[in-house]
Write a protein that binds this ligand. Structure first.
Ligand code: HEC
Length: 127
């Protein structure tokens, strides 16, 4: 049906408004999704610095219990051991697939978690 040019133009006239409506709905849905589900497409305008952003936030929120394993099995002190556990770190911050961290909660603010997500998304740079 789409290959016949007569049908084609008729179909275009009939379906164009629906097509535009669907685009609009899709556009609205994608906006709403960005706000709720940061895993869908991380919003990372800048290149995150490991040394200035990620390491300090780990030190502030996690090092009390993870500076030398402390019996937890996880040591977060430098780029090497943080990058190696990056997925576990992000998962635990979200409480997805891992125990929620910091242990006992509350979960860190989304803006902090998003920084870790962006750093991973950008290739776990040592910068
Ligand atoms: C108050 C102490 C404490 C703080 C703060 C803390 N953790 Fe933990 N964490 C633990 C303990 C204890 C365990 C081991 C729990 C167990 O094995 O039952 C653990 C386990 C983990 C695990 C493994 C969880 C699993 O399900 O296998 C990860 C990953 C982790 N922590 C990441 C983090 C990150 C990232 C932070 C900072 C946002 C953090 N932790 C802050 C105490 C803490």
């Amino acid at each position: 049906m789409w290959s016949a040019s007569k049908d084609h133009s008729r179909a275009q006239r009939v379906f164009a408004p629906f097509f535009l409506a669907f685009c609009f709905i899709g556009w609205c849905a994608s906006c709403a999704k960005d706000k709720v589900d940061i895993s869908a497409s991380p919003n990372c305008p800048d290149t995150l610095s490991f040394n200035n952003v990620v390491l300090p936030l780990i030190q502030e929120n996690c090092s009390a219990c993870h500076s030398s394993g402390n019996g937890t099995g996880y040591t977060f002190t430098n780029h090497g051991n943080i990058a190696a556990s990056a997925d576990a770190i992000l998962g635990s911050m979200r409480g997805e697939g891992y125990q929620l961290m910091p242990q006992g909660g509350p979960a860190l603010h989304d803006t902090i978690i998003q920084k870790v997500e962006c750093w991973i998304f950008q290739g776990k740079l040592n910068n």
